[in-house]
Design a protein around this ligand. Sequence first.
Ligand SMILES: CCCCCCCCCC(=O)SCCNC(=O)CCNC(=O)[C@H](O)C(C)(C)COP(=O)(O)OP(=O)(O)OC[C@H]1O[C@@H](n2cnc3c(N)ncnc32)[C@H](O)[C@@H]1OP(=O)(O)O
Length: 150
Amino acid sequence: MTGTYIQEKLRPNHCFGCGLDNPYGLQIHSFWEGDEVVCRWTPKHYMTGPPNFLYGGISASLIDCHSVNAAVAYANRQAGHEEAFDPELFMVTGTMTIKYHKPVPMHEVELRARIAKVEGRKYLVHTDILSNGERCVSGEVLAIRIARMG
Ligand SMILES: CCCCCCCCCC(=O)SCCNC(=O)CCNC(=O)[C@H](O)C(C)(C)COP(=O)(O)OP(=O)(O)OC[C@H]1O[C@@H](n2cnc3c(N)ncnc32)[C@H](O)[C@@H]1OP(=O)(O)O
């Protein structure tokens, strides 16, 4: 699946973070790299918080959506639906914890997610935001599987 974006398998999708059908959103593109789900994303100039650094809420949104998409991709991979996702294997964020280690410069970042634990309908995902290979933000997201909304 490396090289194929997870979000292409989740359409239509107007989610602010991961919806390819939302022209006003963050439009993340995530893909498998081994056992990790990776996304490279560049901030818009107006997404600052502290001068010259990324707004922390955007970092949280990136971690949120990338992690939930990683969990959905993982569940589909485990179920043998890697090519075309099962629309019933859908998840939402239950809980999220974010740790800001360093300010994030206003250029391309890399997100790296790995599935840490699966327990029933609960998928625990650890995601880091790296800038120039250095970890700036880390997050723990508990994605909960539900029957698809909407
Ligand atoms: C087309 C593709 C689009 C992709 C979109 C990606 C989404 C991007 C991320 C988001 O922004 S999602 C939006 C923000 N999240 C929400 O709006 C979720 C709102 N909450 C709910 O809908 C429900 O509370 C939820 C589905 C999370 C749980 O309700 P349920 O009735 O299904 O769960 P239930 O009470 O049966 O609990 C199931 C298990 O999850 C646990 N749990 C439930 N809610 C939890 C919670 N909030 N945090 C932690 N654990 C939770 C609960 O303890 C239990 O654990 P055990 O199985 O071990 O007993």
